[in-house]
Design a binder for this molecule. Sequence first.
Ligand code: HAM
Length: 424
Amino acid sequence: MANLIQPVRGMNDILPDAERAWDAVESAAAELFGAYGYRRIRIPILEKTELFSRAIGELTDIVEKEMYTFADRNGDSLTMRPEATASVVRACLSHGLLHNRQQKLWCSGPMFRHEKPQKGRYRQFHQINIEALGHAEPEVDAELIVISARLWEELGVDMALEINSLGTPESRTGYKQALVDYFEKRRGDLDGDSLRRLQRNPLRILDSKNPAMQELIAGAPVLEDYLDLPSRDHFERVRTLLTDVGVDFTVNPRLVRGLDYYTRTVFEWVTDRLGAQSAVCSGGRYDGLVSQIGGRATPGVGWALGIERVVELMRDAGFDDAGHDPDIYVVGVGDQPQRECFAAAERLRAAVPGVRLVMGPPGGFRAQLRRADKSGARYALIVGDDELAAGKFSVKPLREDRAQELVPRDEIAGWLERELGRKQ
Ligand code: HAM
């Protein structure tokens, strides 16, 4: 046998058994977003590389070492989206959606980052994003956080919320200088990554995951002391609003996020149940991003959750992953009965919308009944020569201790509807 072709490392098949959990996340999010007036947008997987390097920042891990970038046949440098915010903003600008208008949008789909794969961290992963553009007021930061809190409630998962404010780029200038001064004095203790970032992007040193750096980072100046007054007020208001509606949070002054476009509010929903990957949903305000990628200055705020991580938490919380079993498994024994079954199955599908009906492959009665049982179906609908001659179907309950019944062919749809109704 030829060698099996292996999947690409870090890119997972999401198998049917996972569908219930994935669907639960996607449907709950879609419904919630709709209820809050957010509309869906679908954006391409490929964008010009420059979009991401400009939006996310040249000195971020994502742009420096994680993007899937390649030359298109005509020589353009293209990148498979590592995140969606830049693309959503680009799409709004491409279509003039921000001309004197605000937008509340959401989208979902695969993202690509060349990270080292481990539990909860993949090279193709799936995000659900929500973004509000044109809204400067802290109420929208709070609204977005509340939406995420509601989503966890609906999905039965539990996480802790950490928030911080990064202020404006101007207020960060003073802070950056303070950081440079602090780390310069301790240059000898910095690792290679941090040394590189010291001059160009000192804030990112705070994001270092290197355990040897943590003590040094803990002693660094905190951004809060450098925040401008309007940013302070904004942050205060977000906290008040969250408190008013009972969403608990802690302020984490070291939370800086891994993308450079953030201003003011940033937040992460974190858990200690996913090993090294603690962030399940993260986001914040990005008031400079629209102008950074060529539009008129427009505030923005949003978040993204990683579906894989949410699903993992749901399983951890006891979510039952079992797939939807069929209602009925059709067993036709012999050529003529099998033909009758095929037509009967179509009649039933038309008469009972939503019925989950499976037709197995032909075979002997016992083998088919075994398959019916294994399928998890509630009933086997059996047609053999006797049934055919009598114009009736045998229906055998597979999950309860009840006798098999003979149901006239014309009454089977009604019988099934009654039975399915009984189930609910
Ligand atoms: P991010 O923190 O890079 O933010 O990613 C958001 C979420 O995506 C994370 O909290 C995590 O759940 C998931 N995630 C990220 N990388 C991976 C990975 N390699 N494997 C599995 N899951 C992953 C953003 O992407 C921003 N665009 C969020 C945002 C939207 N900010 C404003 N609007």
